[in-house]
Design a protein around this ligand. Sequence first.
Ligand SMILES: [Mg+2]
Length: 252
Amino acid sequence: MYLGLPESVRACLFDLDGVITKTAVVHKAAWKETFDDFLRGRDGEGFRPFGDDDYDRYVDGRPRADGVRAFLDSRGIRLPEGGEDDPPDRLSVHGLGNRKNELLLEKIRKEGVEAYPASVRYVRAVRDAGLRTAVVSSSRNCRDVLASVGIEELFDVRIDGVVAAERSLPGKPAPDTFLAAARDLGVDAAASAVFEDALAGMDAGRSGHFGYVVGVDRVGQARELREHGADTVVTDLEELLLPDAADLEGPP
Ligand SMILES: [Mg+2]
């Protein structure tokens, strides 16, 4: 079956939020509510709100605390680090991160989680073709999200926020979580493809020297995904299953 990948690829490493499940929008909404509340409390009603650009540049794809630090840094704001158990109303890096997680889980409970049907079809096609699969996510909720849509069995390996903490792996944009997934699958990075919707994920794909990097563009940032190292950009994984005119020149 045609998979839209170079023949050398033996393993596929998939990001979760925004690639497999429709949860990137929920993450973005939870971050916006968290940061806007914080900025309003700090600067009053004239505060500069958290925007789409802030999400793409500083937060999307990164581990929670790294995202808080990167965004605050971009505004020249310093908060104490705090501890991982900080309550969600504490003004610290971890406090804000925990507030975001609380809002995220609330939204997921209320709205539920959905997988992209085309992504599920694609992962099944890849497995039917004998390739190995991993899910690589910064999220500590990865396992629950997979379970809630009943697709845990589609991935041979899971490297998520929980596993990364256990193994002391730095999160995206560092390539370490993707490299760990390839290693656990017994496949070289050069024979692995990365599927990501975040700019931080593209950077990880590039610096890890993976064989192929697929940018998944859900929000109209194809150009930025390419600038950050995507070998190809699709709006839906279904496109990879359909050879188009460009491929008549030969496989990518
Ligand atoms: Mg993502």
